[in-house]
Ligand binder design. Structure first.
Ligand code: HEM
Ligand SMILES: [Cu+2]
Length: 543
């Protein structure tokens, strides 16, 4: 049957914007990398912090939001028998609002009126237009959350007593998290706007940072959950196997939804004014998420081994030869999963108070999130694109584009190892993040960073080649590849497994539990910040 034209057009538009953002954001990334290595001087009308703000916004907000929504809307359409007309309309209105919001945010960045980075921490203050743009983006994403809820609720009404299909279940988890995570950041932005206009004189910096990270940390795990959905549901099908336990997959999703929002203070470990016990609670909750992540790691390798052995794979590890290494739809998400091992380990190190003192605000952190986001998440998105784009475009993946994809995957892998490796190392030596090229008056320590920054530049150059190949592949699959039907690959459950218990469908309960955990983590510190508020800060333009 395939996807309807209207549903396909929606996802196609979202994916088109996502990969355009990748192209622009990647080019800006290279400019930064070359500047950091002292190889390139930026023109006076475009400084390092403008480039950094745009790079962050394009890749963290635009690429990820548009890809996630495009991918899950195609998934909802496929597994729930098409999108409802009103849901499609909501997603289009959301699309328009996000584009308007993004344009509003970019104009002040280009005018050098908003070099506040994507985290926009007060007391740095941008032009109010920047924040108004962010409000539109948030409203646009909310539209898409509500659309997804309507479609899932409608399906449940018509299929009483049945389980929501697994990909739609993942989508529900992701949209629930997005919906609730946007509330704190929206409150933050709404308090910043009058301050940025000058209508109120000061702002409570601690409250703003806390509201930001209640959102920011959750966003990270939204990307992760999106990538995970493809690992659990899509990859087993591509390698010719079956899914891992349906019940435990749903338990992983529930655990991630309930425990997620409550980790924000691990981004504020060195912030003053938060009691050690509250910080400790957040660190505990952050590490608690390691538990479903380890379940995922176990599940994936169990699926690989079982599938390979069924196909005649032998030996303790010899079965690996049976995996389809030449298929980009497998290779890219596979390397993405492997990258999550060092990426997650680095994250555990950073969540530890003493270790964070060494790496906080250094290039180590930038290395960390290029490994988690730039590798584990984005490479999974790349892998998805090789079947999703032909599926929505009613075209097929040709052997040539598959080969290009395999080459792209290796270039991206090597580039990221160079860039992220150099970032981690130079961060340990003290090189700060978010700082344009300087030798600090030829200070010896600063000069010792230069060789590492050279590796950063080499890695960045490889990555930009990877970006160009990837964007070429996506646009080719969207507009030029041969016509044909492509399957939406969804793996089935193992035969003879026990029935998934119905309690997994109790979303109302999971949301209540999530809100309780969020209250446990945030009510006391926020009350403290507000009741014993420091004097507050006027806006600063530091650039
Ligand atoms: C062509 C590939 C890329 C290159 C060369 C690149 C390079 C860089 C460099 C040099 C920095 C600045 C470090 C600093 O001064 O603190 C940076 C920051 C950043 N990059 Fe990338 N990057 C690339 C791809 C990506 C991707 C794919 C993502 C996410 C999807 C991403 C997300 C970020 C974020 C969030 C920041 C931090 C911005 C901030 O501190 O405000 N980058 N990148
Ligand atoms: Cu976090």
């Amino acid at each position: 049957m395939g996807i309807t034209k209207e549903d396909a057009r929606l996802t196609k538009s979202y994916i088109f914007v996502a990969f355009t953002a990748l192209l622009l954001g990647g080019i800006l990334g290279l400019l930064q990398g070359l500047n950091r290595a002292g190889l390139l001087e930026l023109p006076t009308w475009l400084n390092y912090y403008q480039v950094l703000t745009a790079h962050g916004l394009l890749l963290v907000v635009v690429l990820t939001a548009f890809f996630t929504i495009g991918y899950f809307y195609a998934g909802l359409s496929h597994t729930l028998g098409g999108l409802l007309a009103k849901v499609r309309k909501l997603a289009w209105v959301g699309f328009g609002m996000k584009i308007v919001g993004f344009v509003l945010a970019v104009i002040p960045i280009l005018m050098n009126e908003a070099s506040v980075m994507y985290t926009f921490y007060p007391p740095m203050a941008a032009s109010p237009i920047f924040y108004i743009g962010l409000v539109f983006i948030a409203l646009g994403v909310w539209m898409c959350c509500i659309g997804a809820f309507i479609n899932v609720a409608n399906w449940r009404k018509n299929h009483k007593g049945q389980h929501v299909p697994i990909l739609a279940y993942f989508a529900t988890g992701v949209f629930v998290l997005l919906f609730f995570a946007l509330i704190p950041v929206a409150i933050e932005v709404l308090t910043i706007i009058p301050w940025a206009f000058g209508w109120v004189e000061t702002i409570n910096v601690m409250v703003a940072r806390t509201l930001f990270w209640a959102f920011g940390h959750t966003l990270v795990n939204i990307w992760y959950l999106t990538a995970t959905s493809a690992w659990y549901v899509i990859v087993p099908k591509i390698i010719g196997g079956k899914r891992w336990s349906d019940t435990l997959t749903r338990v992983v999703i529930i655990a991630l939804v309930i425990m997620n929002i409550t980790g924000g203070f691990h981004h504020q470990i060195v912030d003053p004014g938060i009691s050690p016990s509250v910080k400790f609670m957040h660190v505990f909750m952050s590490l608690a998420i390691g538990f479903p992540s380890l379940m995922t790691a176990f599940a994936m390798f169990a699926v690989f081994e079982r599938t390979a052995r069924k196909q005649g794979g032998k030996g303790l590890i010899g079965w690996y030869k049976k995996m389809p290494w030449g298929d980009v739809r497998f290779l890219a998400p596979f390397i993405a999963m492997v990258a999550f091992i060092p990426a997650g380990a680095g994250g555990i190190a950073q969540s530890t108070n003493q270790l964070d003192q060494v790496v906080h605000n250094t290039m180590w952190i930038v290395g960390h999130f290029h490994l988690t986001l730039g590798m584990s998440v984005v490479m999974t998105f790349f892998g998805i694109s090789y079947w999703l784009v032909p599926y929505i475009s009613k075209r097929v993946l040709t052997p040539e584009i598959n080969r290009l994809g395999v080459i792209q995957t290796w270039i991206w892998t090597v580039g990221m190892i160079f860039m992220s490796g150099a970032m981690h190392w130079v961060g340990l030596l003290g090189s700060p993040r978010r700082t344009s090229y300087t030798t600090y008056g030829d200070n010896a320590t600063a000069l010792s960073w230069d060789p590492y920054l050279m590796f950063l530049a080499i890695g960045g150059t490889l990555l930009v080649i990877g970006v160009v190949l990837q964007v070429y592949a996506v646009f080719n699959l969207m507009f030029f590849a041969p016509k044909g039907e492509t399957e939406f690959p969804i793996a089935e459950e193992e035969d003879g497994v026990s029935q998934t218990p119905y309690w997994t469908e109790r979303w109302g309960l999971w949301i209540v539990l999530m809100l309780l955990v969020v209250a446990m983590a945030y009510v006391i510190p926020l009350t403290e910040f507000i009741v014993n508020a420091p004097p507050g800060s006027p806006p600063y333009k530091t650039w």
